[in-house]
Design a protein around this ligand. Structure first.
Ligand SMILES: NC(=O)c1ccc[n+]([C@@H]2O[C@H](COP(=O)([O-])OP(=O)(O)OC[C@H]3O[C@@H](n4cnc5c(N)ncnc54)[C@H](O)[C@@H]3O)[C@@H](O)[C@H]2O)c1
Ligand SMILES: [Zn+2]
Length: 378
């Protein structure tokens, strides 16, 4: 059984297909977007190992060429882009061929960028295989690579023609990666959907996979159904935001709740694997709510509730305990001030008037942020 979430972007509109076992039907979904009948599957070696044979078989009618890159963030680089585009050109890719990004956010971002650039743009389809990619990076058309100046600084908006979210592939995903993806799910509740946050408070162990008794939730909901609900909800929320603001001129920035803190923490640690993006986002969302409470925008109880939930879900929410600690508050603030979302000289942050009531503050008081970071790191 599958469901479709439409992303209404005029000429660039597409469907996100969500369901368990959808890979088997991938050919039927993809074929209309590959007029030449020829496709290039871009993946990483982990995903190829677990699911490559299955997808290649499912897509055999479309004569797939499989390109398996090294796993890891470092592949999302100029070197990775050069390697991928060289392989595509060596195989004589044409503008009527289709690129299929099959992997986590690293592969989606890199293959999407390559698709936007090769031969001045070929179409692509996303088949995300991490929870993070399924609920976040595969929808919305942001593509990028990292540079020594920072993450995601070279990129373009290039919307996929379709997204195929097969929740069954998550079975092979390590628990730590699932938890990291969960951060972007619960983020949706914190931004704009308090009842969904409340649902998450009960459902988190089932989504992340930490409960040994997964069969029932509230007496009836099976784990797979719980994951499917969470995934669909998060995608639908993102789709609605992206429809309103495709290129992040305004409201799309709400999706960055916790991210300015997170990017600073990731940069402080040199983007090492000891702190995954979702782990940084979790602590960042806790800080965004604490800052909102310190500013008198939301109650202390809301901030405490957010942190308690994140901690129950298995995240480290105390900066002093976080991998990479001790963090230098002045350095964190400088990194936050350098974030690409800022407008001249001002610190843009996503703050909240309560759970589910986030808003964009384009001139956050630096002094209060400095105090918070000081208080949290010492
Ligand atoms: N474009 C966007 O809007 C957007 C949004 C959020 C994040 N991102 C980007 O996404 C990237 C992070 O993505 P990610 O967390 O998916 O990381 P990732 O792509 O590195 O995948 C994480 C790990 O899981 C492995 N893996 C993937 N699928 C698997 C599966 N089904 N079973 C077993 N192993 C599997 C990968 O090989 C990798 O080792 C970052 O570069 C971030 O900047 C982009
Ligand atoms: Zn994120």
């Amino acid at each position: 059984m599958s469901e479709t979430i439409h992303v209404a972007l005029g000429a660039r509109a597409y469907d996100v297909h969500v369901g368990a076992g959808l890979l088997a039907r991938a050919a039927e979904i993809i074929a209309p977007f590959a007029p030449s009948g020829r496709i290039f599957i871009v993946t990483d070696k982990n995903v190829a190992h677990h699911h490559g044979a299955m997808l290649t078989k499912a897509l055999s009618a479309l004569k797939p060429t499989l390109i398996a890159l090294e796993p890891g963030e470092h592949t999302k680089s100029f070197a990775g882009l050069e390697q991928l585009t060289s392989q595509l050109l060596a195989a004589n890719i044409s503008r009527k061929d289709l690129i299929v990004a099959f992997g986590g956010g690293v592969i989606g971002d890199l293959a999407g960028l390559a698709a936007g650039l090769v031969k001045r743009g070929v179409e692509f389809v996303q088949i995300p295989t991490t929870l993070l990619a399924q609920v976040d990076s595969s929808v919305g058309g942001k593509t990028a690579i990292d540079t020594p100046h920072g993450k995601n600084l070279i990129g373009l908006f290039h919307q996929p023609r379709a997204v195929i979210v097969d929740t069954s592939v998550l079975a092979t995903l390590p628990e730590r990666e699932r938890r990291a993806g969960y951060a972007e799910i619960v983020k949706v509740g914190l931004i704009g959907d308090a009842p969904f946050f409340e649902w998450c408070e009960k459902a988190a162990p089932f989504v992340i996979g930490t409960t040994p008794e997964p069969e029932k939730l509230g007496g009836r909901v099976h784990r797979d159904a719980t994951i499917a609900t969470a995934v669909k909800h998060a995608i639908a929320f993102k789709a609605r935001v992206v429809e309103k603001d495709e290129t992040e001129q305004g409201a799309r920035a709400l999706l960055n709740l916790g991210h300015t803190f997170a990017h600073a923490l990731e940069a402080h640690g040199g983007y090492s694997n000891q702190l995954l993006h979702g782990e940084a986002v979790a602590v960042g969302m806790g800080l965004a709510f604490q800052l909102s409470a310190n500013l008198g925008l939301c109650g202390e109880t809301d901030a405490a509730r957010v942190r308690k939930h994140l901690s129950n879900a298995g995240f480290v929410t105390d900066l002093r305990q976080l991998p990479g600690a001790p963090f230098d508050p002045a350095k964190l603030l400088a990194l936050m001030a350098g974030d690409k979302k800022n407008e001249a000289g001002k610190l843009t942050l996503i703050l909240a008037r309560g759970i589910g009531r986030a808003f964009i503050e384009k001139d956050a008081p630096t002094e209060v942020v400095r105090e918070l970071l000081q208080q949290e790191t010492t």
